[in-house]
Every structure is written in structure tokens, then in C-alpha cells.
Ligand binder design. Structure first.
Ligand SMILES: *Cc1c(COP(=O)(O)O)cnc(C)c1O
Length: 406
């Protein structure tokens, strides 16, 4: 049996929405994008949502809006997908990497230690869809002593008066936190990814949720950022296409990162069915949990603790007491049986580019410990019981083969 890792969920409703966009006479940013923004806003209980063409470009734009400068520091976990730190570099600031906790998410103690007067932002990551401890993190940036050390050097930084928290929620659309609402409103800015492998996709895309405190006006900020995502042009192509609407101005240096309607159509159809799709993902997680909780060598990923619930994006299984080489051999064994698995993530300090910048994996022992034992198993609604049984037995046999050293 051939098991792909993460095929997109494409049914008739998705096809219908895309065809509807193609037939409408308008395929780039317009009514479908607006409708998707409204759906995400409702679903995630956030104040404003702006859709863009990727998580990465959205994060770069938000850091530029924040006005970071070359000497400024942005705290990121060492254990994440590289986009988290690359966005900081593209925006012209310095990523300060910190270690993780045993639940894969960034360590709050490590964040506290890394804060300096140059810290302008913190980007926590909901690894695998498991929400970070946002209540504690938001308390941390509001502590008097930390606020007193903060040195704003842009109008936006001045206005906020503290470190901004921008969550990398690339994995966590659909997760739940504390009040049992879906996540999206816990930090100042929350960015979801709508890339092809994520729970909800527009092929490529991102959604920026705005929850800034007063005196910020999130509705006004939405309009400012919408314009910024379209080259800071005062009129978008949709309004310009109307008779008599030809005049426009360019009022700043923006980016060109808007989402197209034909893309938004995919996500629009998917998010309308998301409660059902999430239940299917949960079913996959629970099937894995039931099987691997009987294996003393398996460390199960966090999925629910009564206060938080995962979006069931990635099943991050860990193998107790395995070395990195054993884990790699186990993946080879699984691949021989045509089950596609992955590793989330290779910590950034182990990648050439970040090494060349001076980051060293020895400074992040927990990130390495999480990485060396991790194997991500396929999770998607289309996986039926037969496929799951095959994946589970393949993984169990691969473990036995490697552990027995044959
Ligand atoms: C996928 C991903 C991103 C990047 O998302 P894009 O939409 O592809 O730019 C960022 N952070 C994490 C943790 C991701 O997994």
C-alpha cells in the first residue's frame, strides 16, 4: 500500500468554488478573498483578518510595519520551520534563537533569558498545531521590568510600548485554547499558513489576524496593511477595474503579496467543512494514540490537556532512547514499505545557512533531543482504518527491525 504524506483535501465543493471564481470574470483579489477573510475571522474569533500569498511574506510585512532595524532582535525558537527566522532576516533584523520544551514548543524560561533592550518581537510557534502557553507569554511581555527595558525606535513600537508577540500559527488553525474558542486571538498578531500541506489550504497563502490592544484600531490597521500588501497603492485592481475608477496614488514602499480569488476559492470551500475535517484528523490522532500507547518505546505527541487542544496537524511520534542514526534507519525501513513520513523539524542551527551565521545546535539541547527521536506520521481526513492499520504495523515493525539491530 502506497501512503502519501499530506495530499490536499479536494472534493466537489472545492472544485465548484474554484470553477465559480474562474467563471466570474475576476480571478485575482476580490470577493472570494474577502469571503475567506470573513470565514477565518468568525472561525478564529479574531478582530480582523488579512489574507496574503504566504505565511512568510505576511510575517515579513508585519515586521516591516513594526519598523525593525538591523540592530533589533526578534526571539524565535531554534526548533521550527526556517521561515520563522528567514522572515526576520528579510525584514532586516536579527533572529535570536532559543531552546524548546519537551512538548516541542518554545521554552518560556529561555525566552525570558533572551530578552534584551533590543528585543522588539517574539515569534512563538504552535508546533504540530499544539498551542503555546499564551497566557504566560502575554504576561511576560507586560511585566513592568521588561517594559522599562524596552527601547522603541519606530512610531509603531512607540505606540505599543512593549515587545510585540507575533505567533507563528502556521500549523494551528482550528486548535483550541483556554476559553475553548479556536485560536487566533491570543496574541497581538497571529499568522496562519494556508500552504498546500497545512490543514486548510489555498495552494499558497497566509492569513494575518490582528488583535492589537488600544490605542491601535485593528479595523483601520486592516485597511493600512491591505494597501501595504498591494504596493501601497491607494486603489486595488478590483476598484480600479470599475468604470471611471482609473486614478490612484502610491503612498509608500509596500510589498506585492496579495492573495488571488482563484486561490482563496480552495480555502473557502475547505473552511466551510473544517469542523468535519478536524474531526477526521482527530480520529487519525486517536487511532495512533491507541496503538502507540501500548508500545513502551513510543512517546506520544501532546494533543489535549483540558485547556488546550491541538489542530491535529502533525503526529510527532518520538522513539524513546533512539539515537539520530537509529531514527534515520527507522525512517528508511518505513519508506521501504512505501509509507511517506517526515521529520518536523530539522532545527535551524543544523542547516548550512544558519550555521554560516554562527548558530550552533549545541546551544539548543532540547531542540536536538526532540529532533533526533522524531518521526511525523501522515495525518489527513482521507486516511481510512485500513490505511491506518498498515501505517501502524509498518512503524511497529520498523522499530523492531532497528531496535533488534538486524
Ligand atoms: C509552513 C510553515 C511556515 C511557512 O508558511 P508559508 O505559507 O509556506 O510561507 C512557517 N512556519 C511554520 C512553522 C511552517 O510549518
Amino acid at each position: 500500500m502506497k501512503i502519501p504524506f499530506s495530499p490536499p483535501f479536494i472534493n466537489e465543493s472545492v472544485v465548484y468554488e474554484v470553477i465559480d471564481s474562474l467563471h466570474s470574470g475576476w480571478i485575482t483579489s476580490g470577493p472570494k478573498v474577502k469571503a475567506l477573510e470573513e470565514e477565518i475571522k468568525k472561525f478564529s474569533s479574531t478582530q480582523e483578518v488579512l489574507c496574503v500569498n504566504s505565511w512568510t511574506s505576511g510575517a515579513i510585512m508585519m515586521l516591516r510595519w513594526l519598523g525593525v532595524k538591523p540592530d533589533d532582535e526578534v526571539i524565535v525558537p531554534a526548533y521550527t520551520y526556517s521561515a520563522t527566522a528567514l522572515a526576520v532576516l528579510h525584514a532586516g533584523a536579527r533572529p535570536v534563537m532559543v531552546d524548546s520544551s519537551d512538548d516541542f514548543n518554545v521554552s518560556l524560561a529561555a525566552i525570558r533569558k533572551a530578552i534584551t533592550p533590543k528585543t522588539k518581537a517574539i515569534i512563538p510557534v504552535d508546533i504540530a498545531g499544539w498551542p503555546c502557553n499564551y497566557e504566560q507569554l502575554m504576561k511576560l511581555v507586560q511585566e513592568d521590568e521588561i517594559k522599562q527595558r524596552y527601547q522603541p525606535n519606530s512610531p509603531v513600537q512607540e505606540k505599543l510600548g512593549r515587545i510585540v508577540v507575533i505567533s507563528d500559527a502556521a500549523h494551528s488553525l482550528g486548535a483550541r485554547y483556554r476559553n475553548h474558542q479556536h485560536t487566533g486571538s491570543e496574541t497581538d498578531i497571529v499568522i496562519f499558513s494556508l500552504h498546500a500541506v497545512k490543514n486548510i489550504t489555498t495552494a499558497e497563502g497566509g492569513a494575518i489576524c490582528l488583535n492589537l490592544p488600544l490605542p491601535f484600531d485593528n479595523a483601520a490597521l486592516y485597511h493600512e496593511l491591505h494597501q501595504m500588501s498591494l504596493n501601497c497603492q491607494t486603489k486595488d485592481a478590483f476598484s480600479k477595474s470599475k468604470a471611471g475608477g482609473w486614478k490612484y496614488d502610491i503612498v509608500g514602499l509596500g510589498m506585492k503579496i496579495n492573495m488571488a480569488d482563484v486561490n482563496a476559492a480552495i480555502g473557502l470551500a475547505q473552511i466551510r467543512e473544517y469542523p468535519k475535517l478536524l474531526k477526521e484528523r482527530k480520529r487519525v490522532f486517536e487511532t495512533y494514540n491507541a496503538a502507540f500507547s501500548r508500545c513502551e518505546w513510543a512517546i506520544l505527541p501532546p494533543s489535549s490537556d483540558g485547556e488546550r487542544e491541538s489542530s491535529y496537524h502533525i503526529y510527532a511520534l518520538r522513539i524513546r532512547n533512539f539515537t539520530e542514526a537509529q531514527r534515520d534507519r527507522m525512517i528508511d525501513e518505513i519508506a521501504r514499505h512505501e509509507v511517506a513520513v517526515n521529520v518536523h523539524f530539522i532545527p535551524m542551527p543544523m542547516l548550512s545557512f544558519f550555521k554560516s551565521l554562527g548558530y550552533d545546535i549545541h546551544d539548543f539541547p532540547q531542540a536536538y533531543a526532540n529532533y533526533k527521536a522524531e518521526i511525523s506520521l501522515p495525518v489527513y481526513p482521507q486516511l481510512d482504518e485500513e490505511a491506518l492499520r498498515y501505517i501502524i504495523s509498518t512503524v511497529q515493525e520498523a522499530y523492531q527491525t532497528v531496535a533488534s539491530g538486524v
